[in-house]
Every structure is written in C-alpha cells, then in structure tokens.
Write a protein that binds this ligand. Sequence first.
Ligand code: NAI
Ligand code: 4PL
Length: 258
Amino acid sequence: MTLNTMPSTGQLAGRRILVTGAARGLGFAFAQTLCQQGAQLVMADLRAELLNEAVARLRAMGFEAHGVAFDASNPASIEQCAQQAVQTLGGLDGLVNNAAVTDSGGKGMDDIALDKWDQVMNVNVRGVWLMTRACRAALKDSGRGAIVNLASDTAMWGAPNLMAYVASKGAVMAMTRSMARELGADAITINAVAPGLVLVEATEYVPEHRHRLYIDQRALQREQGPEDVSGAVSYLLSDGARFVTGQVLPVNGGFVMN
Ligand SMILES: NC(=O)C1=CN([C@@H]2O[C@H](COP(=O)(O)OP(=O)(O)OC[C@H]3O[C@@H](n4cnc5c(N)ncnc54)[C@H](O)[C@@H]3O)[C@@H](O)[C@H]2O)C=CC1
Ligand SMILES: Cc1ncc2c(c1O)C(=O)OC2
C-alpha cells in the first residue's frame, strides 16, 4: 500500500533530477523530499550496496528512483554516471552536487596528508566541475535546468582542523558564482546551499563540544537535521527560484549570517 504514489502537484512535478551522494545522510534526505515534490530521480553514490538499499526504500514508498554507482574522483566514471542518468530519465531538469568527502581526517593543517588533500579536492571541487559539465547539454535541452551545489558554513566561519574540507567548500561557493554566469547562456540556474553542522552518520564523530558550540551560537538553538535542509534544495530546483542564480544560501538556523 503506497500513500505517496507519484504526486503530480508538488513543486517538482515531472522533473528529472540527478542527486549525487544519495546513499545516506543529507543526500538521501534530499532524494526523499524531491520525490515527495514529484520528481523522478537518479541517485548516485560510491557505496553501491548502501545505495541499492536507499533506492529500494524510496521505491517501496511508491517513488520513481534509480541507482547509479559511480566515483566522483574519477572523471570517466562521472561522465558515465551523467550519461546513464540522462538515458534512464529520458533527459535531465536538475542536478544536486551533494557527494563529498566530509571526513578530512580531523587533523590540524600541519598534519593533513597530501593524498587526503588531493582526494578532498578531487571529489569536492573537481567532481562538481566535471559533473556539472557532463550534465550541461541535457540541462540546456530541458529549458529550465537547475543545479544545487552543497557548500558548508564551515567555509564562512573558518572551522579549524577541517582545512582541506573548508578550502574545498570555499571553492564550491566561488565556482557556483562563476559557473552561474556561463550557464546563464543555457538558461540553467546554479546555486549553493551552505548547511551548518547537521546530525547525520558522517558527523557522529564530531565531539559534543562542537555540537554545543553550534547550537549555542544559532538564532534557533537546537540541533540541525537533514530535513531542515531539504526544503531549500527543493526550492532552488523549482520554478519559484527561476530567477535566483549564483547565490549561496546558508541554511544553518542563523549561525553565520550573510
Ligand atoms: N553533515 C554536515 O554537517 C554537513 C554536510 N555538508 C555537505 O552536505 C553534503 C552531504 O553530507 P553528508 O551527508 O554529511 O556526507 P557523507 O559523508 O554521508 O557523504 C555523502 C555521500 O557521498 C558519498 N561519496 C563520498 N565520496 C564519494 C565519491 N568519491 N564518489 C561518489 N560518492 C561519494 C558517500 O558515500 C555518501 O553516501 C556534502 O557535500 C557535505 O560537504 C555541508 C554542511 C554540513
Ligand atoms: C566537523 C564538522 N564541523 C562542522 C561542520 C562540519 C563538520 O564536518 C560540516 O561538514 O559542516 C559543518
């Protein structure tokens, strides 16, 4: 029995959207919300097994979701993933560049390993560029293409012991602005969402005092969950945001403000 079958009235009704890093955490929450808003999805991730479970969960709710395993650090794999998404969905109206290496080791800047730095940059920065490029033609064909990149408010306040990650998310914000001016020619919007510290599997390791610091400094003094972010992503992919591009939207309960 499915209560949620194919809404035709949501703000994303009929939109074909690729969400990367959708096997768990924020990406999975986005996938669920976008489906609830009427979208058809390809969910892509490195963790194939976890991805299959995630796709099965959404399908069991009556949604149209497909899984594609890929590695965002591998240019050929990105190209293949984009092609498969376009083929599976019969075109593409939206892209959420959510996949990222979020564990940059928790080390101070003196101790970041060179290969960790390279991995963070290759996935979080180069991956966003290459996936956006790989999806560009299909998003142009859509006539209403929209892209959302995941930034982080750590890049705004300068979180310590996360320097590679912070640098990568600063790059995502800057790329979003530059790409917006190029993609405007194809009537494609591109924006970034910058969440604060969100309680998900990936941040379970974050010490209690860091969570406390975030909560105490927020205008809204409580923990942030993935469902606190998905509305912003859905909005930026929707027709209501058709004249919003090149922007970074902090979604953090009023921690850093811009
Ligand atoms: N959790 C948080 O507090 C915050 C997260 N963000 C951003 O939100 C997004 C999602 O974050 P989380 O759900 O916490 O992260 P996560 O660590 O669970 O990663 C998201 C997904 O990306 C996938 N992934 C990692 N490397 C990949 C690769 N090479 N190729 C393909 N997929 C890969 C993972 O398998 C995972 O399913 C990220 O861009 C992150 O930087 C931003 C601000 C706060
Ligand atoms: C350790 C840690 N602290 C704060 C944040 C993150 C994080 O991983 C993050 O991804 O966005 C905010």
